[in-house]
Design a binder for this molecule. Structure first.
Ligand code: 3PG
Length: 422
């Protein structure tokens, strides 16, 4: 067999011409809730490399957008439009996932056709098995049972969602050969460099709003020694300030409460981390918030802030920049503040500039961080820009990602199958 050297199959291992190929991508993108406009199409562009390589196949694209209850939890019709524009070839949006009209459309596909199915998370099954490790449960969902008999191959290109155990990400491994797409392969290759034992010190800068994921990953990173230091910022930094018993002020607390469905549990977890690894976790020394329409900075001793905290202050920027200068590996996930407002983009801009100028191997993850890097025109100075946020930091923390385990399982099952290129 002309098999790949990897533990998983790649698209080069098979002849995919005229075959029905289901491609799971992650085109979860920032969307303006009012206009429905896609604000950043970075992920969409990346996956087109995989889609272009499947020009002679019948391509069914499967994806999700946001989470139930969020403002940008939308249908995927605008994603299909954007794909069509960039690709210069039609990507047809089909309003459904496995309904009879969808199955009929799949049966009528010709080589070269590309269809994008509906937001997989519109179907409760996709999210209801959250964290379920038993892959047969995912396999037995209607989504998988209805689609699997219609396809020849399943390509997983959704590195950015690889840390999620959900039917469309892990349910197909026993049923058809699962192959890593081009984005998946590049991510795994480039990021594996971070595991070199010769690189030290390694720092992770965790910001943005996915505080639950970040705290979880920080714990794993410190527990396994994958990282030497964690620098907290964004909402993550604010939760750590709360864990240090600082009163950050009512506006910020209610914002976190709303975003994360409560703060208590997060603060307790953050406290445990500080108790155990206090000298390896850095927490902002000063913060910026809005007062009378202007940016105001106060040190953490002067808290509470009368307005919502939206950035880190200058002392923190200088302190974190020194860590950046001394690091050999820097992993960043999430911005330092509300960078979309000019007055509150300073922390993120300054830190990202320091990273771009540092000698360290730099990995940036998360849609928002990537958007900032592009806006600042710093992409060429970053070693790896990951399509993933949570997936990127979980991978670098040394965690087994369910979607990658699933690719590996599929190779073990189908390695002796009749499908390979000879
Ligand atoms: C991401 O944007 O990190 C992925 O699409 C996963 O999204 P989720 O955190 O909503 O599962």
């Amino acid at each position: 067999m002309a098999g790949s050297e990897f533990d998983y199959f790649t698209m080069d291992d098979f002849d995919l011409k005229n075959k029905v190929v289901l491609v799971r991508v992650d085109i979860n993108s920032p969307i303006d809730p009012k206009s429905g406009r896609i604000l950043d199409d970075h992920r969409i562009r990346k996956h087109l490399r995989t889609i272009r390589d499947l020009e002679k196949s019948k391509v069914i694209i499967l994806a999700h957008q946001s989470r139930p209850g969020k403002k940008d939890y939308t249908s995927l019709d605008s994603h299909a439009m954007r794909m069509t524009q960039i690709l210069g070839k039609r990507v047809e949006y089909v309003d459904g996932l496995f309904d009879s009209h969808v199955r009929k459309r799949i049966r009528n596909m010709r080589a070269g056709d590309k269809i994008l199915l509906e937001n997989a998370r519109f179907y409760a099954e996709e999210t209801s098995l959250k964290g379920e490790k038993d892959h047969s449960k995912h396999e037995n969902t209607h989504i998988v049972q209805r689609l699997a008999p219609m396809i020849d191959f399943y390509v997983n290109d959704a590195f950015a969602a690889a840390h999620r155990a959900q039917p469309t990400l892990v349910g197909f491994s026993n049923l058809v050969p699962n192959l890593a797409g081009k984005v998946m392969q590049t991510e795994l290759d480039d990021m594996s460099k971070a595991f070199s034992p010769d690189i030290s010190p390694k720092i992770a800068m965790l910001g943005g709003i996915k505080v639950d994921d970040s705290i979880d990953v920080a714990e794993h990173m410190l527990e396994t020694g994958a990282m030497d230091k964690i620098l907290t910022m964004g909402l993550v930094g604010q939760v750590f300030l709360l864990a240090q018993d600082k009163d950050i002020g009512e506006p910020s607390i209610s914002f976190i409460d709303k975003e994360m469905n409560g703060t208590k549990e997060l603060v307790e977890k953050a406290k445990k981390l500080l108790d155990r690894w206090g000298d390896q976790i850095k927490v902002p020394q000063d913060v910026a918030f809005k007062e009378d329409g202007k940016r105001k900075i106060i040190s953490v001793e002067e808290l509470p802030a009368s307005g919502e905290i939206m950035d880190i202050g200058i002392k923190t920027i200088i302190d974190y920049s020194e860590d950046i200068e001394g690091a050999e590996l820097i992993v960043v996930n999430g911005p330092a503040g509300a960078f979309e407002y000019e007055d509150f983009s300073i922390g993120t801009t300054e830190l990202f500039r320091s990273i771009a100028h540092s000698e360290a191997y730099s990995i940036i993850g998360g849609g928002h961080s990537t958007a900032v890097i592009e806006k600042l025109d710093l992409s060429r100075s970053i070693d790896h820009i990951s399509t993933g946020g949570g997936a990127c930091i979980n991978f670098l923390a040394g965690r087994d990602l369910p979607a990658i385990e699933s690719l590996e399982r599929s190779k073990r099952i189908f390695r002796r199958g009749p499908f390979h290129k000879s």
